[in-house]
Design a protein around this ligand. Structure first.
Ligand SMILES: O=P(O)(O)OC[C@H](O)CO
Length: 453
């Protein structure tokens, strides 16, 4: 049974005609800022544990055991993004997003206590909880996006929103450094300071986010923008049951399965390159730790322009065709993976290759989320994106990028590791290509206008 305060916000009587446009404009900006700041906040309390690992190793904990505790984060996140996506689709985004953020922050705070780091099993459980509560972040953002922005705007708007996670992730390092300096302990810097800021951000999210336009006395976005996607009708505004969401609209949607499988391979490249970059650069190419750190953060910062350009291209140049945009990006990713692999003596070229991969890979990461939102009814949007997230994190990140790649590199060498990354580029291209035809149909249908009340 749904907890009462989390239920989707009730529709309000319509505002006067002249109030609709200014209110829509104001609230669209307001809810967008709410989900941007809110999702950046989620990344402040996402993987702080990785920053604490050197201190924990000094305290005598084993690297492998700490890695195991960390893996609980990605595994729980994968399951939660899908299952909590189902709950989010039937919840008020205004309360759901801040609730997950507060819970993530509280657990993060707890990890910073001596009880939180007392044993590997405690750390495993706390990492699992963090991953689980983190899964409550993306789906309400997807709900807000599909209810406040039309299909044609989503490439650009999602691209801008999507950089929130790079901004949040990028700020953790600086906050940690200042936190240690100001508060005098690594626990306070790594865990407590970001957790307190995340709680403040969750209050801001509560203040800014609104569930649906109808809950503010506004018409649905399709009517406001006069843009009606395939199969849209008045019944598209009805909240769905969990059974309808999972079995009618998500699990039997063949195209969503293709996208989800493609996402596993895209995430294999995202984390296969990122997580192994420090080891590869240090062990194979002889980089020192400072150079590795620079290359590592350049990969993340390059994501911001790369994502924005990708969203713009998919909306303006490819007219909403996400598949072809992703396919082009994945070919270019493969090209720079080859350069990153084969170049042995030019450090500038290494940096260019890593920046290019970071610039390019986050476009497909974002567009697959957009495609999932586009292909499901908006009342099932969070679950649809959650299915792709589950494949991305459980199979792509935890199993393939971390475990399989680690084993292959250890036993067969880096050439085989790169063979896996290139195969992932090819397979993501292939599975996205399967969605190309359906997307043409979707875009043609969008031109037909279906009148609703
Ligand atoms: O990997 P996630 O689930 O945090 O999502 C990151 C981006 O927002 C994907 O669109």
């Amino acid at each position: 049974m749904m907890i009462n305060f989390l239920k989707p916000a009730a529709h309000k009587p319509s505002l006067d005609n002249e109030a609709i446009d200014p209110t829509y404009k104001k609230l669209r900006l307001q809810v967008f800022i709410g989900i941007f700041v809110g999702y950046a906040g989620y990344y402040l309390v996402r993987k702080n544990f990785t920053l604490a690992m050197p201190y924990l190793i000094e305290m005598g904990f084993d690297k492998g055991d700490l890695g195991l505790a960390l893996s609980a984060n990605a595994i729980a996140y994968g399951f939660s993004k899908f299952l909590m996506g189902g709950v989010s689709d039937r919840s008020n985004a205004r309360f759901f997003l801040p609730l997950g953020l507060i819970l993530s922050a509280l657990i993060t705070f707890l990890i910073g206590t001596s009880a939180g780091i007392s044993s590997i099993s405690t750390m495993f459980i706390l990492q699992f909880l963090i991953g689980w509560f983190q899964g409550m972040g993306w789906p309400p953002c997807g709900r807000v996006m599909t209810h406040w922005f039309s299909v044609k705007e989503r490439g650009t708007k999602m691209a801008i929103w999507n950089v929130a996670h790079n901004v949040g992730g990028g700020m953790v390092g600086a906050m940690t450094a200042y936190g240690i300096l100001w508060f005098g302990s690594w626990q306070a810097g790594i865990f407590w300071f970001p957790a307190v800021v995340a709680i403040l951000i969750s209050l801001l999210g509560l203040l800014l986010i609104r569930d649906t336009p109808q809950s503010c006395g506004l018409p649905p976005i399709e009517k406001y923008r006069n843009e009606y996607p395939k199969n849209y009708s008045a019944s598209s505004e009805k909240e769905l049951s969990a059974k309808e969401i999972f079995f009618k609209y998500v699990l039997n949607n063949k195209i969503l399965w293709y996208i989800a499988i493609a996402n596993a391979f895209v995430y294999l490249v995202r984390y296969g390159v990122l997580d192994w970059a420090p080891t590869y650069l240090k062990d194979v190419k002889g980089y020192d730790i400072k150079e590795v750190g620079w290359a590592y953060s350049a990969y993340e910062w390059a994501a911001i322009p790369g994502t924005l350009i990708c969203g713009w291209l998919s909306d303006k140049i490819f007219k909403g065709r996400r598949a072809i945009t992703t396919m082009i990006y994945m070919v270019l990713v493969a090209l720079f993976v080859v350069i990153y692999w084969k170049n042995m003596d030019n450090r500038l070229l290494d940096s260019i290759a890593l920046i290019a991969i970071g610039f390019l890979i986050y476009g497909p990461v974002m567009l697959i989320g957009v495609q999932a939102l586009d292909l499901a009814p908006k009342k099932a949007a969070g679950t649809a994106a959650g299915l792709t997230g589950f494949f991305g994190y459980f199979f792509g990140t935890a199993i393939l990028a971390n475990i399989v790649m680690g084993y292959v590199v250890e036993h067969l060498g880096w050439d085989w590791g790169f063979f896996i990354l290139l195969s992932a580029c090819a397979l993501s291209f292939l599975f996205i290509a399967f969605t190309y035809k359906e997307e043409q149909y979707l875009i043609k249908q969008e031109k037909k206008v279906v009148k609703i009340e």
